[in-house]
Write a protein that binds this ligand. Structure first.
Ligand SMILES: NC(=O)c1ccc[n+]([C@@H]2O[C@H](COP(=O)([O-])OP(=O)(O)OC[C@H]3O[C@@H](n4cnc5c(N)ncnc54)[C@H](O)[C@@H]3O)[C@@H](O)[C@H]2O)c1
Length: 498
């Protein structure tokens, strides 16, 4: 790695040389933001870079094509995956998969067999809607991860590095969580909130960076990926239009399927419609209920929110990595899931989608230049420790985002810089096989990402899901709350009668 002088905001201190070929799959909202940042951080001749999308993205790529980037209009399918990829990349090259619905297992296998580095931001399958009619457990990301593990178990060597699910969430959120655990531990030690033998334990776990043990010793019960997107537009959503700040296809897919949660060992009640897994680490549950219809109370630095339990990879990988086992039994695990309050136009779009029996609107619009104000606050809300709650993450305003890179939005910026940080790490560590965000060094990733994250906040809060609770029909609807333990999932879940 070559060191550059620290300069303006968003300019890297470190450039990573990569003289090989790069294939970007998909040129939607995330890739459009990622490509320029990639060139800021990775020293790669533009003529080595090919972008593929089945939509015509030649216009959007005009500037980059002038510099040497090639655009290929084509669609990756089960039939052509090998031949198409083989035309553009080979041993030592890199695939950046920012498309939706390319089967992660198959593309991973191809990259493994051909010595090609691979990164994606979500674990996709060819046709996610084909799972209709199967039990909720079989429609889960958990199930997809189990499939990947079976595949990887057949390999005789780790092969080229492949980083799965490294966007903002999943992705950065796991690094926020580790930094949050460090911040809580340091504050607890400095303020004497833990003392005596407990303080010694925390000190030891902190210095060895044993994050599962640290989460347990600090008493963390629940981790929300809590997000409030306040970006608004002067061009309102029209009838029969879905408006969002990132992939509408991706959002619809994960929003209209089962809600998934990493399930904490402190939980005393399974929620209604819950299903448990019969095999694997069994660290998750899922619901026979769509994520977009499962709302929970949560908190971001601007105040309390309600958000949707949209399934995301960290509910699996992070909750598994934070599990402490004794004698083969899980004795500690926090509950981990998303609590997503998207931008106002997306909330209106979801309501319309639901009204139309989940049939996708005929027009789709991802907001960029028409955004008039707002920010994306995305962080890890760690709860149940001596400080009650602690939020750590990025609050990136649209103005700051535009200063970093014109024509993008705060949501895609948080994803793009995470992809680029992981790519830099992969180039330096090219033969480690398959990795998930928790495997990457959080300090390296955050170092690269921080200049792009706007306000990087790490702050305590006295918020609990029982704070300010005022059930509208107290005495007339069942009392669903457990006042003896604020951290039970039933206290977060928004239910009938609340
Ligand atoms: N981890 C995270 O934080 C995070 C955040 C946002 C998006 N994502 C994921 O990143 C991906 C990209 O997001 P986006 O907002 O850019 O989506 P998008 O819908 O704006 O763009 C995706 C692009 O991929 C193209 N595409 C899809 N399938 C293809 C195929 N088989 N062959 C060629 N091109 C194909 C589409 O035409 C589209 O232009 C999605 O899978 C999304 O779920 C992850």
């Amino acid at each position: 790695m070559k060191h550059e002088q620290a300069s303006n905001r968003g300019r890297p201190r470190v450039m990573t040389p990569f003289p090989h070929r790069v294939l970007f799959l998909g040129f939607g909202s995330v890739a459009e933001c990622t490509l320029p940042i990639f060139f800021r951080h990775v020293e790669c001749p533009p003529r080595n870079v090919t972008v593929m999308d089945f939509e015509d993205r030649a216009g959007k790529l005009r500037e980059w094509r002038r510099k040497g980037v090639t655009f290929v209009r084509n669609k990756v399918t089960p039939e052509n995956l090998g031949s198409l990829l083989g035309t553009h990349v080979s041993r030592g090259d890199l695939v950046v998969d920012l498309a939706w619905n390319i089967d992660a297992g198959e593309i991973l296998q191809w990259c493994h067999d051909h010595g090609v580095l691979y990164i994606n931001t979500s674990t996709e399958v060819w046709d996610p809607y084909a799972a209709r009619g199967t039990p909720p457990t079989e429609r889960t990301l958990y199930c997809r991860h189990m499939g990947l593990r079976q595949r990887i178990a057949t390999w005789t060597e780790p092969g080229p590095t492949a980083v799965l699910e490294h966007g903002a969430n999943p992705g950065l959120i796991s690094h926020f969580t580790k930094q949050g655990l460090i911040d809580i531990a340091e504050a607890a030690l400095a303020e004497g909130t833990v003392a005596g033998a407990a303080a010694e334990t925390v000190r030891g776990l902190l210095s060895s960076r044993s994050f599962a043990g640290l989460a347990r010793a600090l008493g963390v019960k629940v981790i929300h990926v809590s997000e409030r997107d306040t970006q608004v537009t002067g061009v309102p959503k029209a009838v029969d239009e879905f408006v969002n700040t990132w992939s509408i296809e991706g959002f619809r897919e994960e929003g209209t399927t089962t809600a998934e949660m990493g399930w904490g060992t402190h939980e005393r009640w399974l929620p209604p419609l819950a299903f448990e897994h019969a095999s694997g680490p069994r660290n998750q549950i899922c619901l026979a209920r769509m994520g977009m219809n499962t709302w929970v109370r949560s908190w971001v630095p601007s105040g309390p929110i309600v958000g949707m339990v949209i399934r995301h990879g960290e509910a699996f990988t992070l909750s598994e990595r934070l599990t402490v086992e004794e004698g083969g039994t899980a004795v500690y695990r926090p509950t981990v899931h998303y609590a997503y309050c998207p931008c106002d136009a997306a909330i209106a779009s979801l309501t319309e989608l639901k009204g139309a029996g989940y049939r996708l609107q005929s027009r789709l619009r991802i907001l960029a230049d028409e955004i008039t104000s707002g920010s994306d606050a995305l962080g890890a809300l760690l709860m149940g420790h001596p400080f009650t709650s602690w939020w750590i993450g990025s609050d990136l305003g649209i103005d700051e985002c535009r200063r970093l890179l014109p024509h993008q939005n705060a949501t895609t910026m948080q994803v793009a810089i995470s992809v680029v940080a992981a790519v830099q790490w992969m180039i330096a560590n090219p033969a480690l096989g398959v990795r998930v965000p928790e495997d990457l060094p959080h300090d390296f990733v955050l170092d690269v990402a921080r200049p792009y994250l706007g306000n990087f906040i790490s702050t305590r809060s006295d918020w609990t899901p029982l704070k300010d609770l005022a059930p509208a029909f107290d005495g007339f609807a069942p009392n669903h709350f457990d006042l003896s333990d604020p951290w039970q999932f039933k206290n977060f879940l928004v239910k009938e009668g609340d």
